[in-house]
Design a protein around this ligand. Structure first.
Ligand code: G3P
Length: 255
C-alpha cells in the first residue's frame, strides 16, 4: 500500500510529465513504466473524454500530433482510439503503442505510483463524467494516491462539489496572484501548480502559509531545478524524471 499523498512529503517531489516523456512517447504505459524505473515520485498525465464517454489518456485535444489522425478526441469513439498508433510519431521503435484508457492506467498503476491526472477538454456543467471519474478512482482504491488538476477551474469546482476530500492541484497560467490564491482557497487545493514565470519573490511563502504546496511546470535541466528550489518550490514537473536531484523525506505520517 502506498502512503496517501497528504501523508507523505518528499522534497523535492519529482513528477514525471506525461511519463518519462523525453525518452518514450508521452502518455503511454511505456512512458509510465520508464518513469517508475527512474523512481519518479509521481506521474502526471492528461485525461479527456471520447465521444462515447470514456476517459482516455491524451494531452492534445487533436489526435494529429501523436496519432496522425486529424480529428478531435471528443469526436471519436473509444473503438476508433484503440485502432491508433501512439508511438510511431516518436520513433519506429515504439510503433504499435496504444492510447491507454483510464481504467487500464489505474489497473497498471495501483499501489505502484502516485498519479496526477490533469483533466483536459470540455466537460459540461453537472456532467455525469465527473462522478463517474471519481467512482472509477475509488473502485480502484486509488482516491488517496491521486491528485486531480486542471487549467479549467470550473471543472475543479465540479470535482470539489462531488468530493470534499480528494487532493486538487490548481493549474495556473496567466491569472493574477490574487485570483489564483482566492480560487485555491475556495477549492481547498492541495497544490498550486505554477509556470516558472509566476515564481516571483514571496510567492512560495504565501502559498505555504495557506498550507498548500508549490509545484512548477515544466523544468528540464538541473540548473533550472536548483534555481527554483532556491525560490522555495516543493516539487516540479519534468520530462526527465532521472534528473539527479537530492531527495529527502520531510515528513511521513502513518495512518
Ligand atoms: O500539469 C502540469 C503541466 O503538464 C501543464 O502543462 O501543457 O503539459 O498540460 P501541459
Amino acid at each position: 500500500m502506498m502512503k496517501p499523498i497528504k501523508k507523505l512529503f518528499q522534497h523535492p517531489f519529482v513528477i514525471a510529465h506525461r511519463g518519462a516523456s523525453a525518452y518514450v512517447p508521452e502518455n503511454t504505459i511505456s512512458a509510465f513504466e520508464a518513469a517508475v524505473k527512474m523512481k519518479a515520485d509521481m506521474i502526471e498525465l492528461d485525461i479527456q473524454l471520447t465521444s462515447d464517454g470514456y476517459w482516455i489518456v491524451m494531452h492534445d485535444l487533436s489526435l494529429k500530433r501523436t496519432c496522425g489522425l486529424r480529428k478531435k478526441v471528443q469526436s471519436v469513439t473509444l473503438g476508433q482510439i484503440k485502432t491508433l498508433d501512439a508511438g510511431s510519431w516518436f520513433s519506429p521503435q515504439f510503433a504499435g503503442e496504444k492510447v491507454p484508457t483510464l481504467e487500464e492506467l489505474l489497473t497498471w498503476a495501483k499501489h505502484k505510483v502516485r498519479l496526477n491526472l490533469e483533466i483536459k477538454g470540455r466537460v459540461k456543467k453537472n456532467s455525469p463524467a465527473i462522478p463517474s471519474l471519481l467512482k472509477t478512482l475509488s473502485k480502484h482504491g486509488m482516491g488517496k494516491e491521486i491528485i486531480l488538476s486542471s487549467f479549467d477551474w470550473k471543472i475543479l469546482r465540479q470535482v470539489r462539489a462531488c468530493d470534499k476530500k480528494i487532493a486538487l492541484g490548481l493549474l495556473v497560467n496567466r491569472q493574477p496572484r490574487y485570483r489564483y490564491l482566492r480560487e485555491a482557497i475556495d477549492l481547498k487545493a492541495f497544490s498550486v501548480n505554477l509556470p516558472p514565470h509566476k515564481l516571483k519573490k514571496g510567492v512560495s511563502e504565501k502559498i505555504h502559509r495557506l498550507k498548500m504546496v508549490v509545484w512548477v511546470y515544466t523544468l528540464n535541466s538541473l540548473p533550472e531545478v536548483n534555481q527554483y528550489l532556491k525560490m522555495g518550490i516543493d516539487g516540479f514537473f519534468t520530462n526527465f524524471p532521472d534528473l539527479p536531484v537530492k531527495k529527502k523525506i520531510l515528513f511521513s505520517r502513518s495512518g
